[in-house]
Design a binder for this molecule. Structure first.
Ligand SMILES: [Fe+2]
Ligand SMILES: [Fe+2]
Length: 281
């Protein structure tokens, strides 16, 4: 067996891999069906009030850097397209994936929102991708942590403690204590859910530094942008109990100077403070 296969086997034996939240599954089925209409989609999403509210809130986030207002699912589809809508549906359903919603889960959701806002700002600045793609990448990047936390809450809280006490990155503590990490789990679950390839790449490789095995340069860019956004949130302590040590913000990897990065960091702090309450509802 190849190394990855062995690893997948170990993960599958230890971690309970859930299915996609039912609302997302139904919506994706409907989107994939050529004969379905926007009206049907709207009806289906509208049946779940909190989900449709969340979806519209994310779709309307002013950090897209453009002026628009999406008040119905159908306008949303017209404005952002079916493909982006598909990913958005997955991203908006992530909150429902949590087994319970305590303090850690709240923070993880905040962290994902923080990274999604930072990533869209970086996308607007660098023009490496659309802000929508960056936003969805940010929302979904740490889905592996959600799965691990649901599956082994006791061990995962020990891991979280160690991260803060020893000032070590999540990845290192997870590798040490489990033999695998949230990126391995993220990749596995993306394949199981048949997520678009760009989202699979970002859940698996947002902490990577070597991209020689990745063929599509747009996926490499997404990983790099989310990596910088993640590090920005880590050093600012966004969605975390405290700022994390040992994070290098690799802004040069996406072509930013330190001066420009510092300015963007200020914009981000302001945007996040304004957006937080609106998005966290
Ligand atoms: Fe991560
Ligand atoms: Fe993260």
């Amino acid at each position: 067996m190849m190394k990855e296969e062995v690893l997948e086997k170990i993960i599958l034996e230890t971690v309970d891999i859930p299915s996609l939240p039912p609302i997302a599954m139904k919506v994706l089925q409907l989107i994939n069906d050529d004969y379905s209409s926007i009206k049907e989609l709207e009806k289906l999403i509208g049946r779940d009030q909190s989900f449709s509210a969340r979806l519209l809130r994310i779709a309307n986030s002013p950090y897209y850097g453009r002026d628009r207002s999406i008040d119905t699912i159908s306008t949303g589809i017209l404005l952002i397209g079916f493909n982006t809508m598909k990913s958005l549906v997955v991203a908006a359903s992530l909150k429902d994936l949590h087994r319970k919603f305590g303090l850690f889960e709240q923070r993880l959701w905040e962290h994902s929102l923080g990274v999604s806002i930072a990533a869209s700002l970086l996308a607007i600045e660098t023009k490496l991708m659309t802000p929508e793609e960056a936003m969805i990448g940010g929302l979904i990047h740490d889905v592996g942590k959600t799965i691990l936390n649901n599956s082994m809450p006791e061990s995962y809280s020990v891991i979280v403690e160690r991260v803060y006490e020893a000032g070590q990155p999540f990845l290192d503590v997870e590798n040490e204590m489990l033999g695998f990490n949230h990126c391995h789990v993220g990749g596995l679950i993306s394949r199981k859910w048949k997520l678009p390839k760009n989202l699979e790449s970002v859940t698996e490789f947002h902490h990577a530094t070597d991209f020689s095995g990745m063929e599509d340069p747009s996926h490499v860019n997404l990983c790099k942008v989310v990596n910088v956004a993640d590090a920005m949130c880590a050093v600012l302590g966004i969605g975390l109990r405290a700022p994390l040590e040992g994070y290098v913000v690799n802004y040069a990897s996406i072509g930013l100077s330190s001066g420009r990065f510092a300015e963007l960091e200020e914009t981000f702090k302001k945007t996040y403070a304004e957006q937080k309450a609106h998005l966290l509802e």
